[in-house]
Design a protein around this ligand. Structure first.
Ligand code: NDP
Ligand code: MG
Length: 398
């Protein structure tokens, strides 16, 4: 029986993961469920899945969680705080960890699971962008198996059939849906609202990644993610917009073969691959019928003028060191401000550009250096958000 910790259980990936787990009571058990602050949602999940442990990251909510579990007559043990989260991710309470916390907040528990040699189903792409080398080294040293859950990287993992020797791989093509604003120019993008940005045409996801998809920063983060996971330099990673979202990525090999993975856009497929590998297990997702889906697969180059975030991510990857951490932190701050209605859509790339321009790049030689760069970038990005005229004057188009 696989004992699975679902970190970010109350989120979109968490819900998909629990759906797959519930289909296999004979082989999968949700043993740890963790959330950030939605304690009522976590309690509801505990009543359904009866895990051995429940963790709420917000320590102020410990008593609510503990009392709620007691009132429900559950033997689930209550925990609170990030240290408890890290401890449980590394403990015998689980052999498999689904890293599905959103943002840099997921780094610490992801690293803990990697160091402890878990099977790590990695959805939290921000941890790879922020500390890719350290995370991959921790997984190697801890003998952890990383199975990427991001659909594109999961597709590549499947094309490589789990083989870690990637010397015969000549190019990776990450496909992008193009998001809700595909085809719009910068002037049209200036007025779009958070409500429009979070409605993704193909995938149902949490608000942060939905906005990242709308700016194409999501694809930029995925380029950096692919670089770390598969050891491929940025020059051999390309992005193609594929509006149908049925081809999840393509791998070119040195012998002229190209392999792609196809499927309906539903994260349960990637999660089932991660939970069952090397076996294939039922996920609840129907097989793809290309005729029913319209019989077309279109591909086009992304519009980097309207969506500069993708180019910014390539720039940060090329610069190396702490630059990807700065990119990620500035983006998290800008997306949060956009979702709160404090800045416009185009201020997201402007804030990231201005932060990358101002925060000096350093060698990423330790976790402390990376976390310091993350903190400095957040301070800088918040200052730019609070004083938008500076950013606008400098980065407004002529
Ligand atoms: P959601 O916003 O839906 O869920 C986020 C989860 O993280 C929630 O359970 C939330 O808890 C928890 N959380 C937030 N902050 C903290 C914190 N400080 N400590 C502990 N837990 C916290 O996000 P998604 O499920 O969409 O995405 C999760 C990750 O997976 C992201 O990194 C995303 O990029 C990646 N991903 C998602 C895909 C998708 O289809 N959704 C596809 C590919 C990758 P609470 O509810 O209590 O706030
Ligand atoms: Mg993806």
């Amino acid at each position: 029986m696989r004992q699975v910790a679902v970190l970010g259980a109350t989120g979109s990936i968490g819900a998909s993961a629990l759906d797959v787990i519930a289909r296999h009571p004979d082989r999968l058990q949700a043993s740890v469920l963790a959330a950030g602050s939605q304690v009522d949602a976590l309690l509801a999940l505990c009543r359904t899945y009866r895990p051995a442990h429940a963790v709420i990251a917000d320590e102020a909510l410990y008593a609510t969680l503990r009392d709620g579990l007691r009132e429900a007559g559950l033997s689930t043990q209550a925990h609170a705080g990030t240290q408890a989260l890290d401890m449980l991710a590394a403990s015998d309470a689980c052999d498999t960890v689904i890293a599905a916390i959103v943002g840099a907040a997921g780094l610490s528990s992801t690293l803990a699971a990697a160091r402890a040699g878990k099977r790590l189903l990695l959805a939290n792409k921000e941890s790879l962008v922020l500390a890719g080398e350290l995370l991959m080294a921790a997984a190697r040293e801890g003998n952890a198996t990383i199975i990427p859950i991001d659909s594109e990287h999961n597709a590549i993992f499947q094309c490589l059939a789990g083989c870690s020797d990637t010397t015969s791989l000549s190019r990776i093509t990450l496909t992008a849906s193009g998001g809700p604003f595909l085809g719009r120019n910068r002037d049209e993008l200036a007025q779009v609202t958070p409500a429009q940005a979070v409605v993704h045409p193909k995938w149902s996801m949490g608000p942060k990644i939905s906005v990242d998809s709308a700016t194409l920063m999501n694809k930029g983060l995925e380029v950096i993610e692919a670089h770390h996971l598969f050891g491929v330099p940025g020059q051999r990673i390309r992005v193609l917009v594929h509006p149908q979202s049925l081809v999840h990525s393509i791998v070119d090999f040195t012998d002229g073969s190209s392999l792609a993975q196809l499927g309906l856009p539903d994260m349960r497929t990637a999660l089932a691959v991660g939970l069952g590998w090397p076996q294939r297990i039922e996920s609840g997702v129907s097989s793809l019928d290309l005729l029913t889906e319209g019989g077309r697969l279109d591909f086009e180059a992304p519009d980097l003028e309207a969506f500069p975030c993708l180019a910014l991510a390539f720039r940060a990857l090329q610069a190396g060191g702490t630059a990807p951490a700065v990119l990620n932190a500035a983006n998290e701050e800008a997306v949060s401000a956009f979702l709160q209605g404090r800045i416009g859509f185009l201020s997201i790339p402007d804030t990231v550009t201005a932060t990358l321009d101002t925060v000096p790049m350093q060698l990423a030689d330790s976790l402390d250096t990376l976390l310091a760069a993350d903190a400095r970038a957040r301070t800088q990005a918040r200052a730019l958000i609070d004083n938008p005229t500076t950013t606008q004057r400098k980065y407004a188009r002529a």
